[in-house]
Design a protein around this ligand. Structure first.
Ligand SMILES: [Zn+2]
Length: 147
C-alpha cells in the first residue's frame, strides 16, 4: 500500500492557504480541517476539484506501508484451510476420531477396494490399509473440537 502525503495550495475568499491530505492508495484517509470534506474521496476527485478551484496540489512524499492484511483477519478454522503432515500426536488423535466418527464423510482411498477404503492416519499423514495410497494433508476444520 502506498501512503501519499499531498499538499494543497490555493486561494479562497479568506486569502491563500496551504493544507495537507493523506491518501492510502487511491483514497483520502486524513485531511487538514480546512478540507475535511475531502475525507474518503478518491484521488481523481481531489485532483479534479483542485483543478476547478485553480488550487495547486503537489505530492510531498510517497511511502510504501505494510497494508492491512486481509488474510490475518480470516478466522483460523475456516473451512478450506489445509493442514499439512507431519501431524502432531494431538492432531493424529483428532483426525483419527474424525475418520472413525461416522458423522462426517471420512477420507477414503482413491483406488477401488472391495473392503473398507477409509484411510488410516499417523504422523506422516493418511494411508490406505490395502495399497500404498497416501494423503499428506487434512482440512483444518477436521481438527476442530466440535466434532
Ligand atoms: Zn488403497
Amino acid at each position: 500500500m502506498i501512503e501519499t502525503l499531498a499538499q494543497i495550495r490555493g486561494r479562497d475568499t479568506r486569502g491563500t492557504f496551504t493544507c495537507g491530505i493523506v491518501l492510502w492508495g487511491d483514497k483520502v484517509v486524513q485531511t487538514a480541517p480546512k478540507v475535511s470534506y475531502m475525507h474518503g474521496w478518491r484521488r481523481d476527485r481531489v485532483r479534479d476539484y483542485c483543478i476547478r478551484r485553480e488550487w495547486k496540489i503537489t505530492v510531498v512524499t510517497e511511502t510504501q506501508r505494510p497494508g492491512p492484511h486481509p488474510e490475518r483477519r480470516t478466522p483460523k478454522k475456516e473451512i478450506g484451510h489445509m493442514v499439512k503432515a507431519p501431524f502432531t500426536p494431538e492432531q493424529v488423535e483428532a483426525l483419527r476420531s474424525y475418520q472413525e466418527s461416522g458423522k462426517f464423510h471420512p477420507f477414503t482411498c482413491a483406488n477401488q477396494h472391495s473392503g473398507d477404503s477409509t484411510l488410516l492416519v499417523n504422523e506422516g499423514g493418511f494411508y490406505c490399509q490395502h495399497c500404498d495410497y497416501t494423503q499428506t494433508w487434512a482440512h483444518e476444520f477436521m481438527l476442530g473440537e466440535n466434532l
